[in-house]
Write a new protein. Structure first.
Length: 685
């Protein structure tokens, strides 16, 4: 037994702690995800607001600091452990209601930041408060001034340089001289400020954990996504599109104001058990197969389908996208066709049936004989995991910084946590979107483990009650700290009955909702632009789906939504309120067919009103929450309708709207406050 250990036991053999405990308790620090196991999420430029409950016995004043630093190692460290990186920075915390102390620290770079809270009894502030009360009561404070001098002397010993000399001089003033002068010196705000700089933290209490926040780039929080199949981008019908055709289509996408172009898999497609048109079990000659049946004679996950082009063509596509202000997001589907090189070179990476055949993918009653799932728990799991990371890094080398991940909930959580952490250690600008249409707890588990964005159940939320409850959960619930929603309206797999039977107004309604409810939204492009609602009877599957055949789209066909989409995306870019999720506030209407909600960022206030009925005109009175939006209830305000350019002068909370879905099913209002100049000239800001 070591001497230190022995001393410790002797000191505690009577049950007393080995050292005098701190009187301060720090708990309920927020944000804190699963006791610090996972980081919260922010983007560069954000302020991280940290709140802690700090209490002590008695009536002494407390002081607290928020400690933060940027971690330098790029990885996730164990809860409570130290880590490399910058030195700690400290910010004073301010006391609010219910013993809650608050402070915010800035996010200046990509990467991971650590933070914690430390608090202590502020002996000087407690003494100063008591002194002031006795002075006000005209009591003798001679003894108190001597106590204060001792506190100031001690601070002088902790200080150095000019502060040390200044504090020692002030302590001397408190000991001698006229009572009035001594009291004035004791209550001097300059003294309080110097004492705050040199507190006695010898018995400070620290929060039991070091927490973390992951800082990402702004696109991880806000963006408009457009999905398209390169093989359907040919300018003329009857031809398989190429990546060069896809590059030519980018100008059309950019003109509509999108930020991200998402491409389904662009790799070679297997021929064994290839699916035919409309998911037929057997393909006919010339059927191209599903892009998600990855791998063939031309290669696997780092190869490009020969009919699409070459890696050089892909590089040219990425360059053209960047020239137009777009990013390419690539599908990451970790599965193989029976013809994938992995099947031949690494048969141990696949699960086998008792008869020795490889298990194909199933989702009963559906069968996917053209797809072999990978076995992430096989004996050579390390080799498999390393190879899949190599695939990701390969595409990063070719300019991809965003990955849309196919069915991540069917792969181990630990794999994603490892993959995302290690990729970001080298490339912190990369982020991943989880396509996980599964149980809510699983969606949240994936978000905690590093996915920057998640698909949501927005597609299936169509009534006012459904939308209100679900978006409030996404934007106001605790999950908002780590789960960022991407409100895709439709996908190649999902054509909701609202779009199947609502006609063009239904597509307009869902566009307005997605683009204004969410900071990030997406469309499966050509079918949405053209209001395609034809589905296989009784399903959400598109008729003649692009998943199984090449399609040709006339994007200027009558009834297309290109101009409206471009206008809505322009409004999103010009109004910062629509680039954030957390300020979403639903607004009362007296008609359940009409939904209204506001978003605010600084002085930018946007109020959206949408008719949820694609078949009939609807009207409602909208109750504008004037106080919450910073509006003067005694003054009129302007509702500037951004879709039409019309301007309305509204008075008070209750205002009338009428919406005909055959014209336009919604309004997006920029709320402008009345401002009066020195010359009594009114304008709206």
């Amino acid at each position: 037994m070591t001497p230190g250990r022995q001393d410790s036991q002797e000191a505690t053999k009577d049950g007393l702690p080995p050292a005098l405990p701190a009187r301060v308790t720090v708990d309920r620090v927020w944000p804190e995800i699963d006791a610090g196991r996972y980081p919260a999420k922010r983007v560069v430029g954000d302020e991280v607001a940290v709140v802690a409950r700090i209490v002590s016995d008695g009536h002494d004043r407390l002081a607290a600091v928020l400690r933060y630093r940027r971690r330098g190692d790029g990885g996730r460290r164990a809860v409570g452990a130290g880590g490399g990186g910058e030195d700690w920075h400290e910010l004073p915390m301010t006391l609010g209601l219910d013993d809650r102390f608050e402070a915010s620290f800035p996010i200046g770079e990509l990467g991971t930041y650590e933070y914690t809270v430390e608090a202590w009894i502020d002996a000087f502030a407690s003494w100063r408060e008591g002194l002031a009360k006795k002075v006000d009561a005209r009591l003798d404070v001679g003894s108190e001034l001597l106590e204060g001098a001792a506190l100031i002397d001690a601070a002088g010993r902790r200080a150095d340089g000019a502060d040390a000399d200044w504090l020692r001089g002030r302590a001397a003033e408190l000991r001698t001289g006229a009572p009035a002068q001594r009291t004035a010196a004791a209550l001097d705000p300059a003294l309080a400020e110097r004492m705050r700089r040199h507190p006695d933290r010898s018995r400070a209490a620290s929060y039991e954990r070091v927490l973390s926040v992951r800082a990402e780039r702004a696109r991880a929080r806000c963006g408009a996504w457009y999905e398209m199949f390169p093989r359907s981008c040919a300018a003329e019908p009857g031809r398989h599109g190429t990546l060069r055709d896809c590059a030519a289509r980018l100008e059309h996408v950019a003109a509509m104001g999108f930020d991200v172009v998402y491409l389904p898999p662009i790799h070679p497609i297997g021929t064994t058990h290839r699916k035919g048109c409309n998911n037929a079990p057997a393909a006919e000659p010339g059927d191209p197969g599903s892009p998600w049946a990855i791998g063939g004679a031309a290669g696997g996950h780092t190869a490009i389908h020969p009919e699409l082009g070459t890696v050089d063509d892909f590089d040219a596509l990425v360059r053209r996208a960047h020239e137009l202000g777009l990013e390419i997001a690539l599908d990451l589907a970790l599965q193989c066709s029976p013809d994938h090189p992995y099947v031949r070179e690494h048969p141990e990476w696949f699960r086998r049936r008792p008869d020795g055949t490889i298990q194909y993918a199933e989702n009963p009653p559906k069968k996917y004989q053209d797809i072999y799932p990978l076995d992430f728990e096989c004996e050579d799991w390390r080799g498999l995991w390393a190879e899949l990371r190599r695939v990701v890094l390969f595409w990063i080398e070719h300019g991809v910084r965003i990955f849309r991940v196919d069915n991540p909930h069917t792969k181990p959580f630990a794999f994603w946590e490892w993959l995302i952490d290690t990729v970001r250690a080298q490339h912190p600008e990369v982020f991943f979107l989880a396509e996980a249409f599964t149980r809510p707890a699983v969606v949240h588990a994936l978000a905690k483990r590093g996915f920057s964005q998640s698909y949501t159940y927005f597609t299936w939320r169509n009534t006012k009650a459904e939308l209100t409850a679900y978006l409030a959960e996404l934007t106001q619930g605790e999950g908002r700290e780590y789960l960022r929603p991407n409100l895709f309206i439709n996908t190649p797999d999902i054509l909701h009955e609202f779009l199947q039977f609502g006609g063009r107004p239904a597509f307009q309604i869902r566009l307005l909702l997605a683009a204004t409810l969410g900071a990030t939204y997406g469309i499966y492009g050509p079918p949405f632009e053209l209001c395609v609602g034809a589905a296989v009877s009784g399903t959400e599957e598109y008729t003649d789906s692009e998943k199984y055949q090449v399609r040709h789209w006339d994007l200027r066909a009558p009834g297309h939504l290109g101009e409206l989409i471009a206008l809505v995306n322009r409004i999103r870019r010009e109004n910062a309120a629509l680039q954030h999720d957390w300020t979403l506030r639903f607004v009362e209407t007296d008609n359940d067919a009409v939904i209204a909600y506001a978003k605010q960022h600084a002085a930018d206030v946007v109020l959206t009103v949408v008719n949820l009925d694609p078949h009939h005109p609807q009207s409602a009175h909208v109750r504008v929450p004037l106080d919450a939006l910073g509006l003067d209830s005694t003054q009129p305000f302007q509702a500037h309708e951004l879709l039409s350019g019309a301007r309305y002068l509204w008075h008070g909370e209750r205002n009338y709207v009428a919406l005909d879905p055959q014209v336009i099913p919604g309004h997006i209002f920029r709320i402008r406050r009345r401002v009066r100049t020195e010359r009594d000239f009114d304008y709206f800001l």
